[in-house]
Write a protein that binds this ligand. Structure first.
Ligand code: SF4
Length: 357
């Protein structure tokens, strides 16, 4: 199996996907691409949340034109999502796109595919082949009867073959399905056969709640096996939520180095403080902390000190107050009303210390 570290490294703008243990976070804009102002505003919000590569739909001439202006106003690599129309791909490439998501087998005549590949080669732009269980080629549906993991991998190999025949190797591959077991099997089989980096996604996963659970189940299984060099969580929600979920997922597998982790207890009858609001507020605060510290928020001192030892900073609730722990040592007691603000101050101190070292 090609572990993500063993895949072919592919440059996307100033980033490299594959060839290392790093997993890059992506999302996709929900705006009309031709609306430059709205698209740039959304990209800035995504970038702030930790998105490293962003995709926009390029479904018409205006969208392809807008790329030029969008590129001037953002600093993360931009990907054009194109279906069938090679002229839009050429226009996007001409306008400075960093990567194209297009399936060469769906472009049409050979000359059209060659034109796109030539343009990508000239500018050093990679192509993502996006296999989707819901839109497999007719010859594969005829062969397999319905979408299967084998059919998805065969589809990927079919498109890869077209590019390799043209001596093009800057390839990234996704095999998305909304059915989690099917996606896991497709990606696992692909990792056996495909040396190019895999872009992971559970497509049309659902709303913030159900989509997060499905994505965590599917992507988590794959990431834990060493599969996947980039992820896009797909949610029927603000795309900023996709980035937040992706970051949380990568944290779970120690695949991200610029994110803080919150440890918080489920509470029980021993609870003496309003822990849920404290945990939520601290979690929100940690979204903007870009160093790998651990913060614990625990309801009481029974497990508190033990758990707090695992964290860089933490609190354990007591009656009307909280015990503040730093690297496992209790440093002071704080009244409940000041718990969050005191914890935030301590977090800031630790972040500053971390940044100094
Ligand atoms: Fe209950 Fe305390 Fe454990 Fe939280 S830390 S679940 S309040 S025993």
């Amino acid at each position: 199996m090609y572990h993500r570290k063993d895949t072919v490294p592919v440059k996307v703008g100033n980033l490299t996907i594959g060839g290392s243990d790093e997993v890059i976070i992506q999302s996709m804009c929900t705006t009309k691409t031709a609306d430059v102002q709205a698209t740039v505003a959304e990209i800035h919000r995504l970038e702030q949340a930790g998105c490293q590569i962003v995709r926009v739909t390029v479904n018409n001439e205006e969208a392809a034109e807008a790329i030029k202006e969008i590129k001037k106003q953002i600093s993360i690599p931009l990907v054009a999502d194109i279906h069938f129309d090679y002229k839009l791909a050429l226009k996007a490439i001409e306008n400075g796109i960093d990567k194209v998501r297009i399936n060469p087998g769906n472009i049409g005549r050979k000359e059209k595919v060659e034109a796109v590949v030539k343009a990508c080669k000239e500018k050093g732009i990679p192509i993502r082949i996006g296999v989707n269980a819901g839109s497999l080629e007719k010859h594969l549906l005829d062969k397999y009867g319905y979408p299967t993991p084998e059919a998805m991998v065969e589809s990927a190999l079919f498109h890869i073959g077209i590019l390799e025949e043209l001596d093009f190797h800057d390839i990234i591959v996704s095999l998305k399905a909304s059915d989690v077991p099917m996606a896991i099997q497709a990606y696992s089989k692909a990792a056996e056969l495909i040396k190019y980096p895999l872009h992971l996604g559970i497509t049309e996963a659902g709303t913030l709640f159900s989509g997060t659970v499905k994505s965590a189940a599917g992507l988590g299984a794959l990431l834990s096996m060493g599969i996947g060099s980039t992820v896009r969580v797909s949610l029927s929600a603000d795309p900023v939520e996709e980035v937040k979920v992706a970051r949380e997922l990568l944290k779970t597998f120690h695949l991200i180095s610029n994110a803080a982790t919150l440890i918080s207890c489920p509470t029980c009858g021993r609870l003496d403080i309003d822990l849920f609001s404290v945990a939520n507020e601290v979690e929100e605060y940690l979204q903007n902390v870009k160093v790998p510290i651990k913060v614990s928020v625990l309801g009481c001192a029974v497990n508190g000190p033990g758990e707090a030892r695992e964290a860089d900073i933490g609190i354990a609730g007591a009656r009307g107050e909280g015990l503040l722990f730093r690297y496992g040592e209790m440093i002071r007691k704080v009244p409940e009303a000041e718990l969050v603000s005191e914890l935030k101050k301590e977090i800031d101190h630790i972040v500053t210390e971390y940044e100094r070292t």
